[in-house]
Design a protein around this ligand. Structure first.
Ligand code: TEU
Ligand code: CA
Length: 591
């Protein structure tokens, strides 16, 4: 650890400590209570279910999920009780990063279907009162997009300035790093223009040049195209990266090598978002969620309503916890430190209580399965821990984002061989470890916990071949545990994770404290139990979650004997603070 890092860590902990002290350890303290619900919005109250279309349901036997598959499952999705869906990119794409490399923003990916299928799907959702969020990927496009096919022809091509270039005659380009590149180099040389183009992700994902007003106009036009069709919002991919200083100065030392944070702080980032708001978003009744890298102060800028930018922010500090520093997603052998996790959620939610609006999620298509990563996927604890995590996601502040398949307690597939993987991220990082002569066996072991493909295996519908996902050969292996873990089996069991998920959603929908209630962590230093209250109009809910595969004690100062149990994941909820392994209980406190 460098000196600056230690100092920053020290100041941060002092700040945190004082924050925790003012938050108090005892639930019985007289807290200033919120007496009214500020600024109600549908998207604050919504539970958003994320669908990875490639893995949801294949209807034509090509092994790839499709829009008709989503249409076929509309009633299942409705039955969950969710309010909105976020669908990963479905635009035309060569699929080198599964749709995050777009070759035509106004057409549907051939494998997924047609624009007509899209219209049917959208209507199907709307008929069921479900809103639809599209994925907006505008930091970069595909190298097969016609803009880039033109741009790479010559420097005087009208599309050349749609991208960022470094002319060869200026010498070697300034160091920039790439997420998905075997050499981690974000510059790729192009013969015809005798210049390098910039790609923060794969070399097939050239970064769009937002400095060029024509690029911004094209993007706004495309957004209007989808909004005019009736989509209800956008999840904005890698949005924090869109602004670059075209002089490409060296990264300031204060970043300590954290280049992703440097990328997320371009000089005109918020000018662009405000312009997007003025030109497009403000003209529609829509909701937006930004994938926003950075600390609280930075992320707040996206969602502070006075700035007129976006509605919700996705942040990374919590889901990044539990990995070793300076290595790609290698799990810390000591596991996740729960006290640190609580501090992170306290800090962020305190900030969002003052301004803006956050989200709570543990998984998405860039994350492994929650039960493996945050719970325990052994046969003994899989169901109970998955229900505990579901309780967490749906009782925390912020809009709840829930990833498809987690309602079944699906688990990581844990591939043994690099060849089993599809994902560009794990493949390029594997190549980097190999290049450096690193320990590839150790790398693959780590990836069993953290690699993105663990969360991308096909949905498990039933116990027939390929889990009922496809009649063909699935694009990614189906988890062999589908014979036990699947929708059909879960439907028949009233205590399944699936039916538990439905119950927690019902509770959240019926109790505004779970949406608008003030959040406070209690029993802060308990290393095993995450305990918190949600309070509205002086009335409190207490949530106790045992994050460990053992009996754990909680000490909240509340006489649990005098509470009413609203929901729990065991038949008999704890009444004395002694929690069974992965026990989750939601209590209504006595007034
Ligand atoms: O991810 C943005 C991003 O910053 C990634 O580095 C992310 O942190 C990483 O994938 C985590 O493992 C978005 C999408 O969510 C991701 O699926 C895409 O691959 C990426 O953008 C490029 O479009
Ligand atoms: Ca298909």
């Amino acid at each position: 650890m460098s000196k600056t890092r230690i100092l920053t860590a020290f100041f941060l902990s002092v700040l945190l400590l004082s924050a925790c002290q003012t938050a108090g350890n005892n639930v019985n303290r007289t807290a200033p209570s919120a007496n009214e619900i500020p600024d109600r919005k549908w998207w604050k109250e919504a539970v958003i279910y994320q669908i990875y279309p490639r893995s949801f349901k294949d209807t034509n036997g090509d092994g790839v999920g499709d829009l008709k598959g989503i249409i076929e499952k509309l009633d299942y999705i409705k039955s969950l009780g969710i309010d909105a869906v976020w669908i990963n990119p479905i635009y035309a794409s060569p699929n080198k990063d599964n749709g995050y490399d777009i070759s035509d923003y106004e057409n549907i990916m051939q494998e997924f279907g047609t624009m007509q299928d899209f219209d049917v799907m959208l209507k199907g959702f709307h008929d069921r009162q479900i809103k639809v969020f599209m994925d907006l990927v505008v930091n970069h496009c595909s190298d097969e997009h016609r803009w880039f096919l033109e741009a790479k022809k010559s420097r005087d091509n009208p599309y050349y300035n749609y991208f960022h270039w470094w002319a060869k005659e200026k010498g070697e380009p300034p160091k920039r790093w790439s997420h998905f590149d075997e050499k981690a180099d974000a510059w790729q040389f192009n013969e015809a223009t005798n210049s390098y183009y910039l790609h923060y992700f794969g070399d097939f994902q050239p970064d769009l040049n937002w400095e060029n007003p024509k690029v911004r106009e094209e993007i706004y036009k495309m957004m209007r195209f989808w909004l005019d069709k009736g989509v209800d919002g956008f999840r904005m991919d890698a949005l924090a990266y869109i602004s670059k200083d075209p002089n490409f100065p060296p990264m300031p030392e204060s970043y300590n090598g954290r280049w992703s944070m440097f990328y997320a702080d371009g000089p005109k980032l918020h000018d662009y978002i405000q312009e997007m708001n003025r030109e497009v978003l403000s003209k529609y009744d829509v909701a937006t969620v930004a994938e926003a890298a950075g600390d609280v102060e930075r992320v707040m800028k996206f969602v502070d309503p006075t700035r007129k930018e976006l509605n919700m922010a996705y942040y990374f500090e919590a889901t990044d916890l539990g990995y070793l520093p300076n290595e790609f997603k290698m799990p810390d052998p000591n596991g996740v430190n729960l006290v640190d996790l609580k501090k992170i959620y306290s800090k962020w939610n305190k900030a969002f209580e003052e301004r803006g609006w956050g989200t709570t999620y543990l998984a998405n298509h860039d994350q492994p399965r929650i039960t493996t990563r945050w719970g325990n996927d052994s046969p003994e604890f899989r169901e109970i821990s998955s229900k505990m995590l579901t309780t967490f996601i749906l009782t925390m502040p912020g809009t709840a984002f829930y990833y498809f398949g987690d309602e079944l307690g699906m688990t990581n597939i844990k591939f043994d061989k690099i060849e089993d993987y599809n994902d560009i991220e794990v493949k390029t990082n594997y190549a980097q470890v190999r290049e450096k002569g690193g320990d590839l066996v150790r790398f693959l072991e780590g990836m069993k916990i953290s690699a993105r493909d663990n969360g991308r295996t096909p949905m498990q519908w039933n116990s027939t071949a390929n889990a009922g996902f496809s009649n063909g050969n699935p694009w990614l292996k189906v988890n062999p545990n589908f014979d036990k873990i699947n929708v059909e089996t879960a439907e028949k069991d009233e205590n399944s994770p699936l039916n538990y998920f439905r119950k927690v959603i019902k509770l959240r929908k019926s109790d505004e404290r779970l949406v608008y209630g003030k959040f406070a962590v209690v029993d802060d230093n308990n290393p095993d139990v995450f305990a918190y209250t949600r309070e509205l109009n002086g009335k409190k809910i207490l949530v106790l979650l045992n994050f460990k595969a053992k009996e754990s004690n909680s000490n909240t100062g509340v006489d649990l004997g005098k509470t009413k149990v609203l929901l729990g994941n065991y038949p008999e909820a704890s009444k004395d603070g002694k929690l069974k392994p992965f026990e989750a209980v939601i209590y209504q406190l006595e007034e």
